[in-house]
Design a protein around this ligand. Structure first.
Ligand code: DC
Length: 226
């Protein structure tokens, strides 16, 4: 039997969702992973989903700006996003490629495509429903995917700290290149028409610039007990 709208609203509220949003390099992935372990929940990196669609488009010779063709790819793509960071696209390991410079350069255009967003948001909601909740990180989790999440966190850090963190994660790019790419992606993610990066209503903002991972995880876990 199909759930009525009222029933599905109630079901939504009973999910234990922790929504973690923020710009690149704010510490989302590290914090979300650790928090999920601490809370006994599963973790979903939604950025890896946008990256997987971008990877599939580039691998198939499709222009990331071709909105219809990329939307088609998003609807058909088979992807497995592991909680340990491994990613399979159509059964093939794409863990390294989705983090590479080609995908990183093109992903903001794909993430601005409303049809891609509609498809991935629906998959994210389904992922959480099947698990009775989870820790999801991205840009629009608290604002669009789960506006009724039990806990909404917006992580930030200064542009310098974020660029230094990202530069430490990649081996083939220097600080200046990473900082410029981060600034470009910030502008695209925050300035796009559909579901831009914003601090969701009711989200707690935490500046992680001068905090350790343990401190941030502790702060967030403490909020769940409030
Ligand atoms: O977090 P990340 O750098 O892996 O994200 C990759 C891109 O996907 C980035 O440009 C922002 C976008 N994104 C998004 O628009 N919505 C999400 N929920 C997650 C990521």
């Amino acid at each position: 039997m199909e759930a009525t709208e009222g029933e599905s609203d109630t079901a939504e509220r009973s999910l234990i969702i922790v929504a973690i949003d923020g710009p690149a390099g704010s510490g989302k992935s590290t914090v979300a992973k650790r928090l999920a372990v601490a809370l006994g929940l599963e973790y979903l990196d939604t950025g890896a989903m946008y990256r997987s669609v971008t990877f599939a488009a580039l691998a198939g010779g499709v222009d990331p700006a071709d909105t219809d063709a990329v939307a088609q790819i998003a609807r058909r793509i088979e992807m497995t996003i592991g909680g340990d960071g491994t990613v399979l696209v159509h059964g093939v390991d794409a863990t390294t490629q989705i983090r590479g410079p080609e995908v990183t350069r093109a992903v903001s255009v794909v993430a601005a495509n409303p049809e891609v967003r509609a498809e991935l948001v629906s998959r994210q909601r389904e992922w959480a429903r099947r698990r009775n909740g989870g820790v999801l990180e991205g840009r629009d989790i608290g604002s669009v995917v789960f506006p009724d999440a039990k806990l909404k966190i917006y992580l930030t850090a200064s542009p310098h700290v974020r660029a230094a963190r990202r530069a430490g994660e990649v081996i083939d790019l220097d600080y200046g290149t990473v900082a410029a790419d981060l600034a470009r992606r910030d502008a695209l993610d925050s300035g796009r028409r559909h579901d831009p990066l914003v601090r969701a209503d009711g989200a707690t903002e935490i500046d992680t610039s001068h905090l350790t991972i343990d401190q941030v995880v502790e702060l967030i876990a403490g909020k769940l007990d409030d």
